[in-house]
Design a protein around this ligand. Structure first.
Ligand code: ACO
Length: 324
């Protein structure tokens, strides 16, 4: 038995911050942000919007599109680097919000590749006899851990969530994957405090150590290599040639990284979906937000071959090849 994706959906907060808005708070320009990243604007969660709020809205829409009752779900898995709490898991908050009373639930911290990871986990669980329908979610409120005095990071991130309902299926739509980690380089992209190693304190807050820190140039170099490796190996594992790919849907961290991946695969521009201009980097939510837009625009057709490819904090990276 295999698995397939029954539906995709997404939800983003209403509030938008443009590059021009950033010109008023840090020493930056629309021109710098656009040429270096491809970002023009991003959605920002309000005071009372949390990762679980966005995840819940995306989940409700995905269930409706799949015509699946929440009570039919066996498992809910939420990928996030910005969970509501250390515990309970954000997946459990979503479970209560949507009334999925028969589901088990847990969270996965796999940074930006989180959605690729939960798809792999969901696919694996569906190979077991007691799982038939699983809800997987990538959801983030990265702007709540962003330092708005640091121009090198604050212009990059946005908030949002995407969800997919997976179902056991005779024909397997999960064709191949490749996931990898390189923990030696973890310090290059890190939230240094408010974990058990360095607990939250006035000192920590004063030094802004409760915000994410990134050495962007270094991360960039590794992201280019990792995304290319992941896509090529996943395709090899799937027995699919790059020329057979209909869509490359990559993590939207930087347009230049996506362009480099596309070139390495030898794909034309029209086979790559890019929406970083509207959302910025939404970490684990970026791939499902992109898939949702493609679905709503009628670009996704059943039978198409998709490569989902991502890189992020850890470092971890990975790609998954699916038949839509
Ligand atoms: N506005 C204006 N100037 C800026 C800004 C800004 N917002 N930010 C940095 N600069 C300056 C720097 O200070 C530097 O100035 P200097 O040359 O005088 O020192 C100059 O611009 C160039 O800085 P770089 O960091 O070399 O710029 P780069 O071209 O590398 O772009 C960026 C920076 C966009 C962060 C890029 O490196 C990147 O996208 N990195 C990868 C991000 C990523 O993929 N993250 C992984 C996923 S995130 C996750 O897991 C949560």
């Amino acid at each position: 038995m295999g698995a397939k994706i029954l539906s995709i959906a997404a939800h983003v907060p209403e509030k938008i911050m443009t590059n021009k808005d950033f010109e008023k708070i840090v020493d930056t320009s629309d021109e710098w942000i656009t040429t270096r990243t491809g970002i023009k604007e991003r959605h920002i969660a309000g005071e009372n919007e949390f990762t679980s709020t966005l995840a819940t809205e995306a989940a409700k829409k995905a269930l409706e599109r799949a015509n699946v009752d929440p009570k039919e779900l066996d498992m809910i898995v939420v990928a996030s680097a910005t969970h509501d709490y250390w515990f309970p898991a954000t997946a459990c908050i979503v479970q209560a919000n949507i009334g999925a009373e028969n589901a088990a639930c847990f969270d996965v911290e796999a940074a930006c590749p989180g959605f690729v990871y939960v798809l792999e986990i969901g696919r694996g669980l569906l190979s077991l006899p007691n799982y038939n329908k699983i809800l997987v979610i990538g959801a983030e409120t990265l702007t709540k851990i962003t330092d708005y005095t640091d121009r090198t990071t604050c212009v990059l991130f946005g908030d949002g969530a995407g969800a997919a309902v997976l179902e056991k299926s005779e024909e397997d739509h999960f064709l191949g994957s490749y996931l990898k980690g390189n923990g030696k380089l973890g310090d290059l992209l890190i939230l240094p405090a408010c974990g058990t190693r360095k607990r939250c304190s006035e000192e920590v807050v004063k030094n802004h150590e409760h915000y994410l820190k990134m050495q962007g140039r270094e991360v960039f170099k590794h992201a280019v290599v990792g995304m290319q490796e992941a896509a090529l190996k996943a395709l090899e594992n799937a027995g699919i040639k790059p020329s057979e790919v209909d869509w490359l849907v990559a993590h939207q961290a930087n347009k230049r990284i996506i362009d480099a991946t596309r070139e390495r695969l030898g794909l034309p521009e029209e086979k790559v979906y890019i929406n970083i201009d509207k959302y910025g980097n939404t970490s684990s939510a970026s791939i499902p937000i992109a898939l949702n837009e493609m679905y709503e625009k009628g670009l996704l057709k059943r039978g198409q071959i998709l490569v989902l490819d991502a890189f992020g904090a850890g470092f971890i990276y990975g790609a998954i090849v699916i038949r839509w």
